[in-house]
Design a binder for this molecule. Structure first.
Ligand SMILES: Nc1ncnc2c1ncn2[C@@H]1O[C@H](COP(=O)(O)OP(=O)(O)OP(=O)(O)O)[C@@H](O)[C@H]1O
Ligand SMILES: [Mg+2]
Length: 323
């Protein structure tokens, strides 16, 4: 992530009365950009326009002690194929840039879009602002279409999510996931302690038919599990307890990457530094302490995963676990 670490802003969904403050943030943010010809649509917004967006889109506002500092709009289109959410007016006050506020606004929007069943998040950007386009590309978005001389369509596939009711189901998910995998694949699994990363790795090991057992490597950070029948080996890395990306470099994973499936358990963050092609898996608990269900999100990053049908993959489960 390119942004500096700063105290997290408070994010909230905008209400009817938030039009004037959103207009102020948007106008201030877009006025601070280089002048464009034709000017950015945002600079033509009136209060009536903003109130119109608020009536059929979701507004998100970021604030800190100093007041409101950023906002965006999110429009959901469930009829599109695939269902798509459109971002617009992504605005951060000029004095508050470089603090990761836009990142947090966009992550919140992505989470809401995903909960609403959207599979894709997109926006229109101006070609004349390469630094803005680079910002989106560094956040996992890609240019997917040239709309006209000035505008490009930028999009990201939202991670596919599946509810996994038990540890056995988590192993089944891992085992079936191996059908999508090939040598050279890197999987980064994140999620808090005990969320089920190692349990998922056990399923991968079963699917690849590697020698086990796959356990939490407390003292060993990386373990190679050769395949029993000449198949692909599994390299299981527990990077959760590593202090830095430099320590990860010391494990010299590159040496085995090409002919293995490499599964790295990781705390959230830092993973972007590892490789441009990777399958990111994030595991969350359901929120109810009496419920063992985990919510697993799978997102493919980079050309290797561009055409992968991860949504199709998770749909096969849809409450139909073998156990
Ligand atoms: N739905 C579920 N999915 C995965 N594990 C579950 C589930 N329900 C219960 N469990 C239990 O939760 C625990 C998950 O532990 P696991 O070692 O897989 O987590 P982890 O994310 O690897 O933890 P760590 O961060 O310590 O490495 C296991 O004891 C598993 O049996
Ligand atoms: Mg583990």
């Amino acid at each position: 992530m390119i942004d500096q670490v700063a105290p997290a802003p408070t994010l909230r969904i905008a209400g009817r009365g938030d039009g004037p403050r959103m207009l102020r943030i948007i106008t201030e943010a877009f006025c601070a950009r280089p002048a464009l010809d034709p000017p950015a649509d945002a600079l033509g917004d009136t209060l009536a326009d903003i109130e119109g967006y608020l009536s059929d889109q979701i507004g998100i506002i970021a604030s800190d002690d100093a007041g409101d500092i950023g906002c965006l709009f999110l429009a959901l289109d469930a009829q599109a194929s695939p269902p798509t959410a459109m971002l617009s007016r992504v605005s951060v006050l000029p004095s508050q840039r470089q603090h990761g506020i836009a990142t947090q606004l966009v992550q919140a929007a992505a989470g809401l879009a995903q909960e609403a069943g959207m599979r894709r998040l997109q926006l229109v950007a101006r070609r004349e602002l390469p630094s803005v386009i680079r910002w989106w590309l560094s956040h996992g978005f890609e240019i997917v279409a040239e709309l006209d001389a000035q505008r490009v369509l930028i999009a990201v596939d939202l991670p596919a999510s599946v509810r996994v009711p038990s540890a056995a189901a988590m192993r089944e998910l891992g085992a079936r996931l191996t059908k999508l995998l090939r040598p050279g694949d890197l999987i980064i699994a994140s999620g808090e302690l005990g969320s089920g990363k190692t349990t998922l790795a056990q399923g991968l090991g079963a699917g690849l038919r590697v020698t086990g057992p796959i356990t939490s490597p407390t003292f060993v950070l990386s373990r190679i599990h050769p395949a029993r029948d000449g198949g692909v080996q599994l390299v299981h890395v527990d990077a959760y307890r590593l202090g830095s990306a430099a320590e990860l470099d010391d494990l010299d994973l590159d040496a085995s990457l090409a002919d293995s499936v490499t599964f790295v358990e990781w705390g959230t963050g830092l993973a972007d530094q590892l490789a441009s092609d990777r399958l990111e898996i994030h595991i969350d608990r359901s929120g109810d302490p009496d419920d063992e269900t985990r919510i697993v999100r799978l997102g493919g990053i980079g050309p290797r995963w561009a055409g992968a049908d991860l949504w199709g993959f998770v749909e096969q489960f849809d409450g139909r676990w073998e156990q």
